[in-house]
Design a protein around this ligand. Structure first.
Ligand code: ADP
Length: 410
């Protein structure tokens, strides 16, 4: 019995040594494997070591997948922020730029490559912008007149998030500001236009209130004529305003086959009545007999051009009304006069509402300052455009051009 014990002890020792050696080897393999890139196949090991390798491998793969998903989500967020039409800047503590999208780079002059890590107020130094960010009152957005791009207006809004971070949203509101200015100017213009005739009419009513009997019949007639003229001036203005507003807000015109002979005859007739024999008015109709469009709108546009020619051509002048088809298929209504003409610097602005070269002359002849704005709108609604040529002292040519498809469809 005693003889067997040493053999058992030696056997156990051997087994122990073998286990320690095997574990040491597996541990080394594990360390070597752990140093390899994620995804390297697990070493082949049986038994519990094999289970351990597989468990570790699964864990490492899970972590890598999570990291990949996180990276993709971040990339998607970046792409979304990059695609936004507004500028986005992420600011860290001390207003340091962490990231800006392309639109912010463009609007604020930030360069992602150069400026990340710099305080944004060192890059965009406009005092209004600096005061807004340092004031820390971000409840309302701030309007900036860009110094970098003169004439451009930007709306900037800071949104605090996370710990001490800010998201800066920058929007180009130049167009909106321009429209707002136009709206304000328009209201001011209308009020101004209505004020003068109203003053005359209310003066007349005051005089009436003081008693008819003090006035001679001639004086009374004169006052009545004056008040009547001013009342009709107001009526014209309001009619033109309503026409313009309908043209701007209504759906596209109700279209039909327009008989051009009838439209042209009406336009000529109107011009003849307005001229009251002071001008020679000639109509030449060489154009297409029909047009697809809105007869009321076309008559109003062509009528405005003809009445302008009468009003801005001194007595004895000549006015030509010409309807023809061009070689490119367009149909053109031209009004040519040998009247006072227009200086070149005004030509581009004539279709603006209330734009007049000579305010006094326009008013004297019953103008509202809206005629050419109406013409422009009507032509735009018909896919056409207005072309103006003029020489001061020699005369003007206003051509209303309508696309070939309107003739072909008629
Ligand atoms: P208005 O009611 O003042 O005539 P319009 O919009 O019709 O308004 O025209 C704008 C301005 O364009 C006029 O005030 C006038 O100065 C100028 N204008 C228009 N047509 C002529 C023309 N045939 N000859 C000279 N000036 C013209």
């Amino acid at each position: 019995m005693t003889g067997i014990l040493p053999w058992i002890a030696a056997g156990l020792l051997l087994v122990l040594v073998a286990v320690v050696l095997r574990d040491g080897m597996q541990l080394r393999r594990l360390i070597r494997w752990a140093r390899q890139p994620i995804g390297t196949p697990v070493p082949d090991a049986g038994g519990r070591w094999g289970d351990a390798f597989v468990a570790l491998h699964q864990r490492a793969r899970g972590a890598a997948e999570q990291r990949e998903q996180l990276h993709e989500a971040l990339e998607r967020f970046r792409q979304a922020a990059q695609a936004m039409p507004d500028g986005v800047v992420i600011l860290g503590r001390q207003l340091v730029i962490e990231w800006a999208n392309g639109q912010a780079e463009h609007l604020l002059g930030i360069d992602n490559g150069r400026d990340v890590g710099a305080p944004v107020i060192n890059i965009v130094r406009e005092p209004n912008f600096v005061a807004y960010l340092q004031g820390q009152d971000y409840a309302t957005p701030r309007l900036l007149r860009s110094v970098r791009m003169p004439g451009q207006s930007l709306q900037v809004r800071a949104v605090p998030f996370g710990q001490g971070r800010l998201m800066l949203l920058v929007r180009d509101v130049t167009q909106f500001e321009r429209l707002e200015t136009m709206r304000r100017d328009f209201v001011a213009n209308v009020s101004h236009e209505l004020k003068t005739p109203l003053t005359v009419v209310s003066g007349f009513i005051d005089t009436l209130g003081d008693g008819w009997s003090d006035l001679s019949p001639d004086e009374a007639k004169h006052l009545l004529t004056l008040a009547g003229e001013q009342a009709s001036r107001m009526r014209h203005l309001i009619e033109d305003l309503l026409t313009l507003s309908a043209l701007e807000t209504d759906a596209p015109p109700q279209e039909e086959q327009v008989s051009m002979a009838a439209v042209l005859a009406d336009v000529r007739e109107e011009a003849v009545v307005l001229s009251a024999g002071r001008h020679e008015i000639v109509l030449v109709d060489n154009g297409p007999p029909g047009l697809l469009g809105n007869p009321r709108e076309l008559r109003s546009a062509f009528g405005n051009l003809a009445s302008n020619a009468v009003r801005y051509t001194p007595a004895g002048g000549r006015i030509d009304l010409l309807w023809q088809r061009e070689s490119n298929g367009e149909a053109v209504f031209t009004v040519a006069d040998n009247g006072i003409g227009i200086e070149p610097q005004h030509i581009g602005r004539l279709t603006e509402r209330f734009y007049r070269v000579d305010r006094g002359r326009s008013r004297e002849t019953g103008g509202t300052g809206l005629g050419l704005a109406i013409v422009k709108h009507v032509l735009e609604r018909h896919g056409g455009r207005l072309h103006v040529e003029s020489k001061p002292g020699e005369g003007s040519r206003f051509a209303a051009r309508l696309p070939a498809r309107r003739v072909a469809a008629a």
